[in-house]
Ligand binder design. Structure first.
Ligand code: GLT
Ligand code: MN
Ligand code: MN
Length: 406
C-alpha cells in the first residue's frame, strides 16, 4: 500500500542499527527473535523509504574484532549502503555494555577506564567519519552512581568535561566535519545519571572549551521519564541553536525507558513536536530510537519501523491542516489580538521607558477576568487530530464548529 504518508528518502528518516536490531531482551527474559545483519537492516529500511542508519561502533564492528576483521566488515557495510542508497548521518560509541564501564566511562573513578573510554570514542569517531557521519552522539548511560558516597559529583563533572573537551580537540585536530550531540537521561541503567535532562546538558555545554561544536540529542522517552514536556525542551534547544539531532520514540509516564514506537502513546504532545520541527526549520535527520514490542517477530519489527515513519508523516500533515484551518487560525488571531497591543510591548530597557511603565495604569480586575478561550482551541485541536474536522481547509471551514453549536 502506498499513500501520501508513505516514507520517502527526502523525509530524512533514520534508525539506529540497534533499534530494528533489538532482539527483545529485557532484565527478565532472553532474546525472542534472531539477529538481523547490519546489511540486511540497510536493505529492508531502504525498501521502506528510510534515508539512513546510525550506529554505535560495536553495532557494526564487534568489541573483540581485530583490524583485518574490522576492514572486512566495514567494506561490506559500505557496499550495502551504496547499493541501497543509504546514508550514515550519525555515529555514536557504546560506553555502556562492556563490564569495564560498570562504574562509568568518562566519569569512572578509575583513570585507566576513563582513558580507555576516550580511546574507544576516538576510534568510533574515526569509524563514523569513514562512513560519512557528521553528527557524533554521546549518551552517558553509565555516567552516574548508586552510591554518592563513592564519588564527588563535582569531580565527576570535571572528568566528564575533560573527556568531552579532549574529544572536541581530537575532532578539530583531525579536521573532521563532526559535531557532537549530548543525550540526557535521568536514570537507567544507573540509579542516577549525571546531567539528567536536556536543560542540564545545555548548561553544561556552555562550560566546554568548544561549545560551538557541541549540541544536544534529546530523546522523547528520556524527557518524559523526568516528567518533562518534550516540546518545551526542544523549543529551548532550538532557541539556543543546539538541536543537532533528535531521538524520536514514545514513553508512558512513570515507567522504565520504554523506547516505544514513535507517537504510539502521546498523540497530542508528538503533534506539537512534529509541528515545531517542521515549522522551525530543523534540518537534521528524523531519527527513531525505539524498538518493536517483545511480542514481535522480524516482520513485526519492520511493521514497527514503517509505523514510526508513517506516524511522523501523518502528524506532519496534521500540522499543515492546523496552519490552514480557518477557524483555528482566526481563533488564534483573536486570542493574540486580545493581549498584543503595541504600546505594551516591553522592547529594550531605557530609563525613560521604565519610568513610563512604572506610572502606567492597568485595569487589573478586567485583565484578571478575561477568558482566554483555550478550551475551545484545545478541543478544536483534538477534533483535528482525530480526523473530525476533515482533511482540507475547505472542508474544515464547512464543518459545524464547536463555537457554532455553543
Ligand atoms: C541506547 C540508549 C539510547 C541511546 C543510544 C545511543 S544507545 O539504546 O537507550 O537512548 O540514544 O548511545
Ligand atoms: Mn536515545
Ligand atoms: Mn530510551
Amino acid at each position: 500500500m502506498s499513500d501520501q504518508y508513505t516514507p520517502k528518502k527526502e523525509d530524512h528518516f533514520t534508525f539506529g542499527l540497534w533499534t530494528v536490531g533489538n532482539r527483545g531482551r529485557d532484565p527478565f527474559g532472553d532474546a525472542v527473535r534472531g539477529a538481523i545483519s547490519p546489511t540486511q537492516i540497510v536493505k529492508r529500511l531502504s525498501e521502506l523509504g528510510a534515508y539512513g542508519v546510525n550506529l554505535h561502533d560495536n553495532d557494526l564492528v564487534p568489541f573483540e574484532a581485530n583490524e583485518t576483521e574490522r576492514t572486512k566488515i566495514v567494506s561490506e557495510f559500505k557496499k550495502a549502503l551504496s547499493e541501497h542508497g543509504m546514508k550514515v548521518p550519525m555515529a555514536t560509541v557504546n560506553l555502556f555494555y562492556h563490564p569495564i564501564f560498570k562504574d562509568g566511562a568518562f566519569t569512572s573513578s578509575d583513570a585507566r577506564v576513563r582513558a580507555f573510554a576516550i580511546q574507544k570514542t576516538m576510534k568510533a569517531m574515526d569509524l563514523g567519519v569513514e562512513l560519512g557521519a557528521e553528527i557524533f552522539v554521546l549518551w552517558g548511560g553509565r555516567e552516574g552512581t548508586e552510591v554518592d558516597a563513592a564519588k564527588d559529583a563535582i569531580e565527576a563533572l570535571k572528568w566528564y568535561r575533560e573527556g568531552v573537551n579532549y574529544l572536541t580537540e581530537y575532532a578539530l585536530d583531525q579536521k573532521y566535519n563532526l559535531k557532537f550531540a549530548l543525550e540526557a537521561k535521568p536514570n537507567e541503567p544507573r540509579s542516577d545519571i549525571y546531567l539528567p535532562t536536556t536543560g542540564h546538558m545545555l548548561a553544561f555545554i556552555e562550560t566546554l572549551d568548544h561549545p560551538e561544536i557541541v549540541g544536544v540529542n534529546p530523546e522523547v522517552a528520556h524527557e518524559h521519564m523526568s516528567g518533562l514536556n518534550f516540546y518545551h525542551s526542544i523549543s529551548q534547544a532550538i532557541d539556543a541553536g543546539k538541536l543537532f539531532h533528535i531521538d524520536l520514540n514514545d514513553q508512558k509516564p512513570g515507567r522504565y525507558d520504554q523506547d516505544l514506537r514513535f507517537a504510539s502513546e502521546s498523540i497530542k504532545p508528538m503533534f506539537y513536536l512534529v509541528k515545531l520541527l517542521e515549522e522551525s526549520g530543523y534540518a537534521g535527520p528524523r531519527h527513531f530510537d525505539a524498538h518493536a514490542y517483545r511480542s514481535e517477530d522480524e516482520e513485526g519489527v519492520f511493521a514497527f519501523a514503517l509505523g514510526c515513519m508513517r506516524s511522523y508523516n501523518i502528524l506532519k500533515e496534521k500540522a499543515h491542516q492546523f496552519a490552514e484551518d480557518k477557524e483555528i487560525q482566526s481563533l488564534l488571531k483573536e486570542i493574540r489580538a486580545e493581549g498584543g497591543h503595541d504600546e505594551y510591548q516591553l522592547g529594550t530597557y531605557s530609563k525613560a521607558s521604565a519610568s513610563k511603565l512604572k506610572s502606567a495604569a492597568f485595569d487589573t480586575q478586567h485583565l484578571a477576568e478575561i477568558g482566554r478561550n483555550y478550551e475551545r482551541l484545545d478541543q478544536l485541536v483534538f477534533e483535528l487530530l482525530l480526523g473530525v474536522r476533515g482533511n482540507t481547509a475547505s472542508t474544515a471551514a464547512k464543518q459545524t464548529t464547536l463555537a457554532a453549536r455553543a
